[in-house]
Design a protein around this ligand. Structure first.
Ligand SMILES: Nc1ncnc2c1ncn2[C@@H]1O[C@H](COP(=O)(O)OP(=O)(O)OP(=O)(O)O)[C@@H](O)[C@H]1O
Length: 282
């Protein structure tokens, strides 16, 4: 038996995410190459970058839907496909129109048994346990007061809390969220961001989220993965989001300005040369 100290799933010391020299290609085109970063359990991480930089592609790689052509990806010491029971996922925003009758509580319950094909198996004696689990997670995200109402009648922020509850109901160790603040107004962005910070820093759930605007979560972040120009930079926000580092990443002059209220303004960020081919299809 080796006496070398090793991080691994068996002793619970594995990193939440280890990406080592990973390259991903889609349709024969490299989206990003040689990406390496590590995330510790309970950290709050943002994936940033211009349109088409490969942020959703990174999320799909972490979900095990895309295999890197080179390099290694591990979640809690295991390949992503073997870590799915540890991961909660919130895809890009779904809209429920006003006529949707499904109640908030039903949406969350779907997170427990919605992936079964065909008639749902009766939970039998586990029904009470399932109800208790749903009630606890609704309480945790602050959605209990409106969980009995049809989801179509709720505000964007209320709907988003219910979708976060749905992703949390199986008690994952990591939540992957694709633009969870998109199309929320500023107060709701702030409230949802504060909830996610609590889930990471209080409950120890690793939070990894794609965002277009880093400002609503800037003060909560432990690290950022900034994708651009076919590669990426990773580290603490204050190290990565600087004029010098982003200029080097983009290969073109970028200026990072800090407004009086602490907000960052990134000037000169070019768009990635995106080929718009059914980009968010599974
Ligand atoms: N199935 C696919 N086959 C070929 N190219 C793809 C496929 N899916 C995505 N792409 C391309 O990969 C690139 C990265 O797409 P991705 O959706 O990951 O970017 P993104 O950073 O999330 O963009 P946005 O901010 O606009 O959501 C884009 O140029 C896109 O056109």
């Amino acid at each position: 038996m080796s006496t070398t100290a090793r991080r691994g799933p068996a002793d619970g010391t594995a990193a939440a995410i280890e990406v080592t020299n990973a390259t991903v290609a889609l349709g024969g085109r490299v989206i990003w190459r040689d990406l390496s970063f590590e995330v510790e359990p309970g950290q709050f991480v943002a994936i940033l970058g211009p349109n088409g930089a490969g942020k959703t592609t990174l999320v799909r790689t972490l979900l095990g839907q895309i295999e890197p052509v080179e390099g290694v990806v591990r979640l809690f010491g295991r390949p992503p496909r073997q870590s799915r029971d540890l991961i909660g996922y919130l895809p890009q925003r779904r809209h429920f129109d006003a006529t949707t009758r499904l109640r908030g509580v039903d949406i969350v319950r779907l997170g427990l048994d919605g992936d079964r094909i065909g008639v749902p198996l009766p939970w039998g004696r586990k029904a009470a346990e399932a109800r208790a689990r749903v009630a606890a997670v609704l309480e945790r995200v602050g959605a209990a007061p409106y969980a009995g109402r049809p989801i179509g009648s709720l505000s964007g922020g209320e709907q988003q809390r219910l979708l976060i509850a749905q992703a949390l109901v199986r008690e994952p160790r990591m939540l992957l969220l694709d633009e969870p603040l998109d199309s929320l107004d500023l107060p709701n962005q702030v409230a949802v961001a504060a909830l996610l910070k609590e889930l990471s820093h209080v409950d120890g759930v690793t939070i990894v989220m794609v965002v277009h605007d880093v400002n609503p979560i800037l003060s909560y972040l432990d690290c950022v993965v900034y994708l651009a120009n076919g590669t990426g930079l990773c580290g603490a926000p204050s190290e990565v989001i600087t004029s010098a580092r982003l200029t080097a990443l983009f290969g073109t002059p970028i200026e990072v300005l800090r407004a009086g209220d602490g907000r960052l303004v990134i000037v000169g960020e070019p768009e990635a040369p995106a080929r718009h081919v059914d980009r968010h299809a599974g």
